[in-house]
Write a protein that binds this ligand. Structure first.
Ligand SMILES: Cc1cc2nc3c(=O)[nH]c(=O)nc-3n(C[C@H](O)[C@H](O)[C@H](O)COP(=O)(O)O)c2cc1C
Length: 368
């Protein structure tokens, strides 16, 4: 089948993409131990700069929301300086890059918070376990794993501080040379924790009816679009994902309401994670894509287990404006060319997905 539609330009708000292949955000944990971006990150992103748009790995807006060993942040000057090297490298290679703004909420282990509890909408722990920081003197490849803990319930003051942190992080992203930002509202992190009914049991203005559960997102979008034009701001969501103990009583209505909110603010795009094939994530029983498309008048980036053919079919069928690829980008820096020339894809070594340095990161070759 023809994949030609993947290689046509498209506008997402004020962003002009030369093709419809987007690099999905991928946490790779190659910042330094103080969460400052490194030179190898600049090389890695520059290698992939011929896609239409790069979304950076999740980048913490605030130390309270950071619970990942060697993931980057964007709350201080050193981080802005580190990111500037990355964005310069991407721009010199002809690409463009958005910062994915992230706060982990209840999913931060106390190990990252000097023993303090993380915070979330309600005192309900995430399901499963996550990477703890590397103990001093440990030089094994893999990080220890620990279960998520019951967070403390956020106060109004906590909520106000998170909203302000997103606004400051957006300003820092501009200073660091990013072309815009993507607000991370997916995958069970703080915004998703407020949106979904299973994790938000609040009885104040931020919980209960859907309009209340949308309030944190709405305040964050308002804070971010005060500093960055809405046409350079996107939102990532995963309303049907039940990973890490997530769940919503009515994901379709949630997706529709999010679409309406994004239309009101005039955002550049919504980035929907909804796998159409099995693999990293399970296929949802009742996909919400149609509800989102019907309620939202902007562009949609679709994500989840796509390959070159299924991506082109989605574009041809007007089900999405662009498609993002996550795992394929780990081992295929030249993914655009491999799709164009229908070349085989290299297989990633997942041992190095979240740990290590150059090995399994910047050393994947382009097609011979
Ligand atoms: C190693 C790895 C790191 C990821 N990090 C992030 C992240 O930082 N932010 C995010 O929104 N999604 C993250 N994801 C999810 C991907 O962006 C994407 O949604 C997922 O891999 C499914 O797309 P794919 O089938 O093209 O891989 C990550 C996935 C993987 C495999």
């Amino acid at each position: 089948m023809s994949r030609s539609s993947l290689f046509t330009p498209v506008e997402l708000g004020a962003l002009r993409l030369s093709n419809r292949i987007v690099m999905a955000p991928l946490t790779r944990a190659r910042a330094d131990v103080n969460h400052v971006p490194t030179a190898m990150m600049a090389e890695y992103y520059a290698q992939r700069a011929d896609c239409g748009l790069i979304i950076s790995e999740a980048t913490a807006v605030d130390p309270q929301g950071m619970g990942w060993y060697r993931a980057p942040g964007i709350w201080n000057e050193d981080m802005v300086t580190g990111w500037r090297v990355v964005t310069d490298a991407v721009h010199q290679s002809g690409g463009q890059i958005l910062a994915q703004l992230w706060h982990m909420g209840r999913l931060v282990l106390p190990d990252y918070l000097d023993g303090r509890l993380p915070m979330g909408p309600s005192p309900i722990a995430g399901e499963g376990e996550t990477f703890a920081p590397r103990p001093a003197g440990d030089d094994s490849l893999f990080l220890p794993m620990k279960p998520y803990v019951v967070p403390r319930e956020m106060t109004q003051d906590d909520i106000d501080k998170v909203v302000s942190a997103y606004g400051r992080a957006a300003a820092n992203a501009l200073s660091a040379g990013f072309d815009g930002v993507e607000i991370h509202g997916a995958n069970g992190y703080i915004i998703d924790q407020f949106l979904q009914s299973k994790t938000n049991h609040r009885t104040d203005n931020y919980g209960g009816p859907l309009g209340n559960r949308l309030r944190l997102l709405s305040e964050i979008v308002a804070a971010v679009t005060e500093v960055i034009e809405p046409g350079r701001v996107g939102l990532r969501i995963s309303p049907t994902s039940e990973r890490k103990g997530m769940g919503d009583e009515d994901p379709g209505t949630l997706a529709q309401a999010i679409g309406e909110l994004c239309s009101t603010f005039g955002l550049a795009y919504v980035h929907l994670i909804e796998p159409i094939a099995s693999g990293f994530m399970e296929k949802p029983a009742n996909p919400v894509m149609e509800r989102l498309r019907a309620s939202y008048d902007g562009a949609v980036i679709q994500n989840g287990s796509f390959d070159g053919d299924t991506a082109a079919a989605f574009i041809d069928g007007k089900q999405a404006d662009a498609i993002s690829f996550g795992r394929p980008y780990i081992a295929n820096p030249d993914l655009v060319r491999r799709f164009a020339d229908e070349l085989p894809l290299a297989t990633p070594n997942f041992d190095y997905a979240y740990v290590g340095d150059e090995t399994g990161y910047t050393d994947y070759p382009t097609w011979r």
